[in-house]
Design a binder for this molecule. Sequence first.
Ligand SMILES: Cc1cc2nc3c(=O)[nH]c(=O)nc-3n(C[C@H](O)[C@H](O)[C@H](O)COP(=O)(O)O)c2cc1C
Length: 369
Amino acid sequence: MAGNSLGKEFVVTTFGESHGKLVGVIVDGCPAGLPFSEADVQAELDRRIPQQNPEIVSGRIEKDTVTIASGVFNGFTTGAPICMTVENKEAISSDYEDMTNLPRPAHADYTARAKYGGFNDYRGGGRFSGRVTVALIMAGTVAKKLLNHFDVDVLAYTTAIGKVKMDKSLGFEEIRKSKFETAVRCPDLTRAKEMEEAIVKARKEGESIGGIIECVALNVPVGVGEPLFDALDADIAKALFTVPAVKGVEFGTGFEAAVLKGSQNNDVFQIRKGKVVTATNFAGGILGGISSGMPIVARVAIKPTPSIAKEQSTVNLSKMEDATIKVSGRHDPCVVPKAVPVVEAAVSLTLADHMIRGGFIPKVLKGLK
Ligand SMILES: Cc1cc2nc3c(=O)[nH]c(=O)nc-3n(C[C@H](O)[C@H](O)[C@H](O)COP(=O)(O)O)c2cc1C
């Protein structure tokens, strides 16, 4: 199965399946001299699962403990590949045994079986499970720490769950402070309650719902991105589309730009404090595939969780006849809250890769020791 690596200079390779022994990642190309330890990764893993409302997440508690096997010495990255793993302690594969021939609608069961001739580890969705995104989160902690060292800050948060939309405009610091207060990772505390209710309602109906996650990157210098084919927006979109259940990606005004006039959508230039800025940021911080120096703003649409308790039509692949399926087991009625840190990681990994490629980040971080 090829296609497990992302990036050109800051290269991330993930491995592991949902119900295998472990899930892990190798980060190759991280500059030497970045202060880094298991505690950095653990803090992120501990926040991954919203604890505030057990009704909106699956029964799987997934307490993950990271092991860093290489690439870190005396509290600093060494420049060698960083290998990080977490064990899969909670897998209950029996939930999936009787489903091997019944592909879940909207999941990867059918396409994976067709592509890999049935040899793929199907348990819990195998390589296509949301569980595998833990590897991206671990790699993302390295990227975020590296970016932070160069003042770049990346923050993702929920702006919509189903039909409930955040309608407050909040500052970066307020978002950072508030988003973890709510189980849905939405910094608008009033809407967050309504979002939770929408998820609980979906669960009770044997249903699932999706939502929207926004990700903002501050202080990305002007000039990051390698047009044409490694344009910054193209590579961020690619990373985001690798996150399971992401069905749309937009920057700035995004699809809305299609109905605006030029004068409404153009960001006019200004000189402020001796720097070129734009009065607005409809472009979402990227022009011609190159960062403009304005905040990068990307948004992803997440589809409803494929696994639902409601009866649906499917096919029985061994008998080659129509069948029905009701998915039991532990599934989140909405994957958006758990996908928030994954989106943050995907954007951070791409920015770290591009900032190294563009010479904005050196191969050795001097002056730290
Ligand atoms: C963090 C996370 C958790 C997920 N959990 C589940 C789940 O419990 N049940 C499920 O059916 N899908 C879950 N998904 C979505 C599926 O993995 C995804 O829809 C499937 O692999 C098909 O890929 P696609 O939707 O990108 O086409 C999750 C996704 C993410 C990002």
